[in-house]
Design a protein around this ligand. Structure first.
Ligand SMILES: [Zn+2]
Length: 325
């Protein structure tokens, strides 16, 4: 068995929803950082200070590994590229987020607005959502793409004296990658498996233009895939490092099963659009900017439809309506 190197967990503050995001610093033949937090001047200072506390310097980073393209995981990429000579290893399927970030952001926004308007959002909330989505500035284009290397499903990456297998586990997003050290039963999980509630975000299906992915179904399939490895230690993208991945998966499945039944009850009681179901299930959420409940509702609707318990219909304006069978 290769030597087990424990990474240093570095927490970077976030504004909304989660409190912090994790970066992992792995000493080894190559000094490795996995993910790099949300961009801000304050966060850049925190990252540098934390790396120093562990006896290293940002300029010594040899490789920066990316789990997925969300802003809380790639935010300080430009700063790290400027401060070091590191190479960046990222999933091949997110290549365009680095070369054409403006275009990718615009495509995602357009789809999200189209999707939200099909769910029964009132006009004023739709306008507020659009304003919110347009207020987030896109990631800056990368100047030196020659420093990037891309990996795909089944490739191995050397992190802290061990080889880790890259697995594409969609659910949180289609491009979510995790890194598995099967022999040591360790997993760097990104946002695939967290010690807090999962967030299967509905985006455009990369294989079916204009259609949403069934994110929760993908998440459940990825849970089942990971379960087979009986993982002992998980390094998640948010929250503390935890042990026994399968116990965490079971806990989350139990909760989701309960919430799915609540979704069914809401529909049975007469809520007939995904938006109405969401207001009933997540009344405490302020939407926008917090769409997390909406994504869960869409996932539960997909599951209930597959189980044959509800019907989902689209009218000629593209509005979705739900009802019990
Ligand atoms: Zn995240």
């Amino acid at each position: 068995m290769s030597k087990i190197i424990e990474p240093h967990r570095i927490e970077i503050p976030l504004g909304i929803m989660f409190h912090t995001v994790n970066c992992y610093l792995f000493p080894g033949k190559e000094l490795t950082l996995v993910d790099c937090g949300l961009q801000s001047e304050g966060n850049w200072n925190i990252l540098q200070t934390e790396i120093k506390k562990h006896g290293f310097d940002v300029k010594e980073i040899d490789q920066l590994i990316i789990t997925h393209e969300h802003p809380d995981h790639i935010g300080l990429l430009h700063e790290i590229l400027d401060a070091s000579l590191c190479k960046v290893k990222a999933p091949e399927i997110i290549k365009r987020w680095f070369s054409d970030p403006d275009e990718m952001t615009e495509l995602e926004r357009t789809f999200t607005i189209k999707m939200l308007s099909s769910l029964g959002f009132p006009k004023d909330e739709l306008a507020a959502s659009l304003k919110f989505l347009q207020s987030s500035k896109p990631f800056k284009k990368i100047k030196d793409l020659a420093r990037f290397e891309y990996f795909k499903e089944g490739d191995y990456l050397e992190i802290g004296h061990s080889k880790w297998e890259a697995l594409n586990t969609p659910g949180h997003c289609p491009s979510q990658f995790v890194f598995l050290q099967a022999e040591q039963r360790r997993l760097i999980s990104g946002d695939m498996l967290l010690p807090i509630a999962p967030m299967p975000i509905v985006v455009e299906n990369p294989n079916d233009e204009g259609e949403p992915i069934q994110a929760l179904k993908q998440l459940l399939a990825s849970f089942e895939r990971l379960r087979l490895y009986e993982i002992g230690t998980v390094y998640p993208g948010h929250g503390e490092i935890f042990s026994d991945a399968n116990a965490m998966i079971d806990k989350q499945l139990t909760r989701m099963k309960m919430r799915k039944e609540e979704c069914f009850e809401a529909i049975k009681s007469g809520m007939n659009t995904p938006y109405q179901v969401n207001r009933q299930m997540y009344p405490y959420q302020t939407m926008p900017p917090d769409f997390s409940g909406m994504h869960m509702v869409m996932g539960y609707i997909d599951l209930l439809r597959t189980e044959g318990r509800i019907i989902v219909q689209k009218d000629d304006k593209g509005q979705l309506f739900v009802g019990v069978k």
